[in-house]
Structures are given as structure tokens and as C-alpha cells.
Design a protein around this ligand. Sequence first.
Ligand code: DMJ
Length: 450
Amino acid sequence: MHHAFNSYEHYAYGADELRPLSKLPRRNVNGAGLGLSDFGVSIIDAMSTLYTLNMFEEFDRGQVWVEENLFFDKRKTEASFFEATIRLLGGLLAAYDLSGERVFLDKAEDLGSRMMVNFLGSESGILYPNLKLPQGQINIDEGDRVNLAEVGTTLLEFGALSQRLGNETYKEAAERGLRFIHAANKGSHEALLPTHIFRETGLPDSDQYTVGAEYDSYLEYLIKYWIMNKKRDDFWRDRWVAMVDDVLDRLRVKGNGTAAIAVEFEFAGTEENGSLSPVMDHFACFLPGNIALGLLHDAVKGEKAEEYESFAKKMMNACYFGLYNTTTGLGCQSYYYDQDEDKIVPNDPSYKQRPEVIESLVMLYRLTGNDLYQQWGWSIFQAIEKYCKQEAGYSGVLDVTDENSGSDDEQQSFFLAETLKYLYLLFMGEDTLSLDEWVFNTEAHPLRIM
Ligand code: DMJ
């Protein structure tokens, strides 16, 4: 973290990210759709990790930067609502919860209140995903089609904002669209929705089902929101259980434990046009950890809990061995499991510093105490040291199957927020950001359970 963040401070402070090879600032974070331009994303995303790792000098400099430079009424560009929520709003709220410094809550309130227009513009309450700051307008030409990760990843941040401000408006806005989606699809026998729905009706507009990209954090937040609200509203837990059940029924792909993966493994594939294809992307690997988190909080009990735990462990195998069993020991972005040949074929061989596998290792380690999960995390860390470390910071690599494929010249802000934080947590005792007291948003920003 010292090497990554101090390099960013030296070469790119205030820009969204560092280009570690070029030693230049990267001015635009390309997340889902539109980027976040010059919001100092790496600073805000790093704050909760800096605090957790006792890097208080860097944290204090970050606070000064936020006080002096972060103004949401001055930006001219559009931003992604999703990225602004998870990186900026989540980062500010976590910095507030950890440090108690009021400026972070004030900035979160300023941002959150400007984002409200994206909820209020639609009759269903399902949000418009393109954020315009500072004009505060929705783009009514965006079209009527939205993906569930974008519309469903709001509960924790807007819920937390409401709790801290004592103002229900934010939480109600976040809940309204999701309750609408549920009501609109109630007659359907399946809880798992496709990746896309219509904003005005909440009904499906796709026949693609996945727990990976475009869906992931919608599912992730249901159980986390239940936990964040001290398990008082079972609606959210019940939605999560119904969806996980559907994943196990419909998307489960079983491997027989030979060839590339020498252990029993299972994963959630992708269904399109009614047929299941055994493709696993890195995003989907949040799920073993998310299930482990639900189990740590007794979201299900008895036989169902046993079934969930067994699936989570086998999916962890599929994530670690399927993605990370490579020449470099770095994880590819996605793979295809050739069931006939019983072999793993990387689909996209790039390594993008993603956190999901390490996040799940932390949760499974906390659930089981099995230090195998630490060993896997340690070997990922060593591969990062060997292949990603540059003179300035850390980059991704172009091809994990080739030791000499070269760097992508990007140090992702989520590498600071998530990948390094989860690696650290994997080797700390369970009292460090205890899961009884904290819930992590999808960018690994810890929010205090209040
Ligand atoms: C992060 O911004 C978040 O984890 C998000 O949920 C998915 N994409 C990246 C990391 O892969």
C-alpha cells in the first residue's frame, strides 16, 4: 500500500488514477459506462484502506485534499451513477465512519443530495444510471433499458447516508425502485432476474442470466443491507435466499475434479436463450464470500446452510484454481470450462487487479478458519509482487499465461480500495474490521453497522 499509494501521490495526486509505467496521471476511470473525471478517485477510494493500515499521514493529506479540492458543484463532465455511488459516496462514508471527521459526511451529503434527481426522474423509482454533476439533470434520452447491477447497487450507501443524517429520504429512494422491481416480477416463479429490465415497468428485457458483470452487486447488496439494518427487515434476506436458491438450481455447473482443477468444484455459469454455458468471470467470484457472509450471520440454517456452505467452498475452488492456476499465478478475467475435454480455457487472459477472489478468501477464512485460504491469498500476493510491481506503483498484466506479456499501465483505484485491503484482512485477526460491526460496500469500503 505504501508503494502503490506513495507512487500515486508522487506522480498523479488529485487525478483519478496513476499510470504506473508512464508515471503519469490517468484522468478518467472507465468503470461501467461513463467515467469519473478528475474526482481524485484514487484518494477517496484509498482512504478507508489507509486508515485500516494505520497510514495516518497519508490519510490526513487525503483529508486536506478532500477539504480543499472536492467540490461537486464544479465538475463539468458526466459520471456513472454506479461508480459515483460505490467509489465516492461509499469512500466518503467509510472515511467518516472510521475517522469521525465531519467533512467526509458533509461531502457525502452534498454528493448524495445531487444524486437524488436520478431516482426521482422515473415513476417506478428505478434510477437513471448516468449522473450529471453539477447540473443535476437526468438524461431522458438514455433509453428505457437498465442493468441490475447499476440500479441495484444503492442500498448500502444511501441507507448509510440516511442513518448518519437522520433523514430517511435517501434510504427510501434506494429502496423504492428495488421494491418496485420485486412487485413487478412477483408472479414469476423465479427470483433470479436477467441482467436487464425496463425502467418504467421493472420487467425483464433480456434472456441472459448471470451472477457476474451487470448483475453481481444487486445480489450482493440484498444480504448486506439486511445485515446493515441489524437484520430487522427480512424482506431483503428473503430476496437474497430466493436468488441464491435459483442460482444453485439453474446456473450451477459441476466439475468432476480432474484435469486443471484437481479438486471438486462448482460455479455459477451464464444462461442465455435458455441454455447454460460454463463461463466464469472474475466478477462472479464475489459469490462464495457473499454466501459465507450470509452464513456467518445465520441468514439460513440447517440443511440449507450446509448446502450453501458446500457450494461456497466448491465455487471458491472454481474461482481460485480456474482463474489463478496460470503460468504467472495471476488471475485471468474469465474462463470457459470445456466439459467434454474437462479443461479450463482462459477467455480473457488479462489481469486487472480485481479483488473478488481475495474478498471471498477473507470471508471463507473467517467462516471456516481453514488456513488454506490464507495460503492461496499469499500466493496471489507473491504473484502481484513479481509481475505487477513497477518503479511507480502496480499495474495489471496483459496475459496471465505469458510471463513476458507486459503491463497494462493501469493502477486501478479499486486495487487500493479493495485488493490490498482484503489481502491485509486475510492475515489479520477477525477483530480487524469485525464482520459483527462492519459491512463492506462493493468497493470494500467498511460501513459501521448502527
Ligand atoms: C469494483 O469497482 C467493484 O468491486 C465492483 O463491484 C466491480 N468492479 C470493480 C472490481 O472488479
